[in-house]
Design a protein around this ligand. Structure first.
Ligand SMILES: N[C@@H](CCC(=O)N[C@@H](CS)C(=O)NCC(=O)O)C(=O)O
Length: 79
């Protein structure tokens, strides 16, 4: 399973998730959608949205995209 967080620096909801990352037991790749437009495009094509934060959960076969900072934190904490 791999995890990637789509975020940007000026989003307070993203900062909430970013600050919590070190406390989780899994590694989460950080994907800044403002520094890399390919990330934004990928998210938009997959979900129809560009809202951040968004967590991509990939098990190698299927991809799940999770929105809402509170849900993302709760999910990562539960792993
Ligand atoms: N309730 C959401 C709020 C997320 C949100 O409002 N993100 C803003 C950036 S701070 C955003 O991406 N707005 C643009 C959009 O929704 O397309 C959360 O807690 O994650």
């Amino acid at each position: 399973m791999t995890y990637a967080l789509y975020y940007h620096d000026y989003c307070p909801f993203c900062q909430r998730v970013l600050m919590a990352l070190p406390s989780f037991s899994v590694e989460v790749e950080k994907r800044n959608v403002m520094q890399n437009s390919a990330y934004r495009k990928q998210q938009q094509e997959a979900t129809g949205r560009t809202t951040v934060p968004c967590l991509l959960i990939d098990d190698g076969e299927t991809q799940e995209w999770m929105y809402e900072s509170g849900d993302i934190i709760r999910y990562l904490k539960s792993l």
